[in-house]
Structure formats: structure tokens, C-alpha cells
Design a protein around this ligand. Sequence first.
Ligand code: 7PJ
Length: 260
Amino acid sequence: MGIINVTPDSFSDGGLFLSTRQAIAHARNLIGEGADVLDIGGESTRPGGQYVNADEELTRVIPVLEALADTGIPISIDTSKPEVMKHAIEAGAFMINDVNALRNPGTLEAVAPHNHVQVCLMHMQGTPQSMQTNPQYIDVVSEVKIFLQQRVQAANAAGITVNRLVIDPGFGFGKTLQHNLSLLNRLNEFTTLGIPILAGLSRKSMLGAITGNNVDQRLHESVAAALLAVIKGAKIVRVHDVKASKAALAIYTSMRDYDK
Ligand code: 7PJ
């Protein structure tokens, strides 16, 4: 899953038009690099990220979604807002990727009736504004697992069948480095839920905390992390660097499947 951010940089004067064009061009690049799906986000969910209202988020993501319709590539929309979910689904989104795991009012109802739409339920402790202040768990793996199990049940109760779901432990979302490492090392324990696992580690600060590299210098650690996540059972990896990740994963899957 290739990452496409449509978040206009207030320090450059290009504004929304430029960032839309850049996002579309970037998306076409990632498709060329072999992305199987693209995740488009119009709101920064990073720690301390800026709040964006639904109208603004829609004006960011819908034009990109529409421009990519002719590519035939499945599009995931990274959002927690019911209005954005509804419009994105109407505009052809194949997946809703919700870092809030359909906990916001109206989100279960926004997604449920659309049987062809997949949903990624991600774990987060706290809110993007406060989540990295003092994350605490007794056993991070079992607590995240119980949370995801509960969100799967809530989705099922709302009419979203299990075959439409993907789960994600939410690396970096209300977790210390130790919590993140524990989740990665024990990611295989989530496979017992019987739902595909998505892992997002690409360029995250936990990687920089280990190597000391800045965010734009984390290619090698991101590829290593994506590879480890897949070895530990992830079915989808959310990455910035599609070409490098695909190459690394091709070596792993060739080895794994060589005598099949
Ligand atoms: C994730 C995400 C993730 C899912 C972001 C960043 C922060 N969605 N959206 N999983 N991370 N499902 O990319 O650094 O880990 S935004």
C-alpha cells in the first residue's frame, strides 16, 4: 500500500491546486513502482497534527481519488470522518482506513451498507494531539488485541462482515519505542483473529529512535521494518517507498514459496 498525502504545506505558496497535482503525479509514480493499493490522506494524523474539517478534507482527497479512477488501482481513503467516508465511497473508494477504528459517531453507519468496501480498523491510545505524551500498557500486545477484537465485534454488529475487515496495531499511535518493538516482535499473535493484518512502520520516529536518522533518511530501516512485519504475518504494508519495499519482499516471498 503506497502512501499519498494531500496536505498543503502552509509554508509554500502552491496551495491546494499544486498539492493536488503533486499528489496525483506521486500516485502515478507509486503505481509505476508496483503499488497494489494507494492510501490517500487529507488530514495529518501524526502526533500533534492539525485538525482539518470535513469539507476541507474532501476538497483535498476527492479530486485525487477521481483522477486515479482510470488507473483501476484500488484506493483507500485515510479518514475518521463519516462525511468523508460517504463521499469517498460514492467517488469509488475501495477501502476506508480509519486510525480511529470506526469509533467516531456515524462512521459505522457510513460504511456498513457498502458491501464492496473494505475497512481497516487501527488501534490508537489517546488522540493524535496527546497520544505520545505518556502511553501506558500493562501488556501492549494483549491490550491492542482485545481492542481490535472489540472493534471487529462492533463492526460485525453494525453489519460489516468479517471478510470486509483488516486490522492494524497502529505503530506509533500512543506507543513508546518499547511498545512498538513488542508489537512488531509479537505481530504473529494477531493472526489468530483470522483477519488480514496491515502494518504501517514506514519512516516512523520509532525507526529514527533506533538509527538516529532523520525522517527523510529512513529508507533502509523502513524496508527492514516492512519486511519484518510481513515475516511476522502482515498481509499489507503501508509504505512510502514502494519500489524498495517490493524488491525486499520479493526476495522473502521467493524464498518462502520456492518449493511450493
Ligand atoms: C498509519 C495510518 C498506520 C494505518 C498513518 C504516518 C502516520 N493508517 N496512517 N496504519 N499511519 N492503517 O504515516 O507516519 O500505521 S499516518
